[in-house]
Ligand binder design. Structure first.
Ligand code: NAP
Length: 329
């Protein structure tokens, strides 16, 4: 079978022919029709991820048809890439939890082997390319927005870095809930596209006074902030939160903040919420939400299998608006 492989740190992706996979009891074999990138795949290629192992077939997101697996043969599915979450709703199992695409080979291949418990019927209103875009970013945004930040109708929301995969789902969910949503981005064109998706406006995080500009644009502070960048923008996000506000953080694209103003947190009684992917319950609720609102993941570009390297470079350069998908014919 055809696979896309990261052979070593910083190496370009290569197409490799590998032996057919064999499944064990409790597993399924899925013929992947489309896979999607997450920033995680780029971190893994750069050698900046926990538990690195090369060679690895990357890819946490996939949609396809089950070819082996009790009770599922012939069904169109998406894969929940959060393996062994465990029994707690509050957090994943500290040791057993892992994500498809490291250490197990992932979805950038003609076939992928997954636990039967990770299979979820593909939402019927989505194409394979759209469905592949949903799992990892979709559940991460769902948990951050609803399970953690507990977004309520009519609240004012800020979603940062709107070109990102998770950020765009957060925008779509918040708009569908009836919230008033503002965004940041490094690109004015991406802000315009976000407005077409229902955002009320946005500012560039590259502007020196972006925080003040946001407060003016939104007419005051935010009830809920959803962020995946962290870094030195984080202290300003605390400034932009309303008293009693909630900040859900799911990533640190910009690294750790060099300082945080503690007084902002305790005086404004802020709640800072860490959020990572989602429980099986979050995943089910996310799919139900997407189906009931007929939401379609924003697909930035669909690459052919042989163009995998170009797909990775596009994400690394933050050129995308939405999910980068690789089609596997
Ligand atoms: N904890 C989890 O479960 C989980 C799950 C998924 C992702 N993550 C992490 O979350 C982050 C985003 O992941 P992703 O897959 O959505 O990545 P992505 O699609 O590559 O998006 C990254 C986005 O970050 C934005 N960005 C860059 N600098 C920024 C800044 N200074 N302020 C605000 N935004 C900035 C850019 O937005 P513009 O293009 O609009 O400029 C870029 O598009 C990554 O660090 C990833 O590892 C964590």
């Amino acid at each position: 079978m055809k696979t896309l492989v990261i052979t070593e740190k910083n190496a370009p992706l290569v197409v490799q022919e590998r032996e057919a996979l064999r499944i064990s009891e409790g597993e399924a074999l899925v013929r992947v029709h489309a896979a999607a990138l997450n920033h995680r795949d780029v971190w893994i290629r750069k050698g900046q991820y926990a538990g690195l192992k090369y060679p690895i077939v990357p890819g946490s997101d996939g949609a396809g048809v089950v070819v082996e697996g009790a009770g599922w043969i012939g069904k169109e599915v998406i894969i929940n890439p959060a393996f062994n979450w465990g029994n707690s709703l509050t957090h994943q199992h500290p040791k057993d939890f892992h994500i498809l695409g490291l250490p197990e080979d992932g979805t950038f291949a003609e076939y992928v082997k997954v636990p039967l418990s990770s299979l979820v019927p593909k939402p019927s209103h989505l194409s394979f390319e759209e469905a592949a875009a949903l799992p990892l970013a979709g559940v991460t945004a769902y948990r951050a927005v609803f399970t953690r930040a507990q977004l309520r109708v009519g609240e004012k929301v800020l979603v940062t870095g709107i070109g990102g995969g998770v950020a765009l789902f957060a925008l779509q969910y918040a708009v569908a809930t009836g919230a008033k949503v503002f965004v940041t981005s490094g690109s004015p064109e991406k802000i315009d596209k976000a407005v077409k998706l229902g955002a009320s406006g946005g500012v560039s995080y590259k502007d020196a006074d972006w925080g003040t500009a946001l407060l003016e644009l939104a007419g005051g502070p935010f009830d809920v902030i959803i962020d995946g960048a962290a870094g030195d923008g984080m202290d300003e996000l605390l400034n932009l939160a309303t008293p009693g506000g909630r900040l859900a953080f799911y990533g640190a694209t910009r690294g750790n903040p060099s300082h945080l103003t503690a007084r902002r947190i305790f005086w404004k009684q802020l709640t800072i919420l860490g959020s990572t992917m989602g429980s099986p319950e979050d995943f089910r609720a996310m799919v139900t939400f997407v189906e009931s609102h007929a939401l379609r993941p924003v697909v930035d570009q669909v690459f052919l299998f042989e163009e995998g390297e170009a797909a990775f470079r596009r994400m690394d350069d933050a050129r995308q608006f939405g999910k980068i998908v690789v089609k596997i014919l």
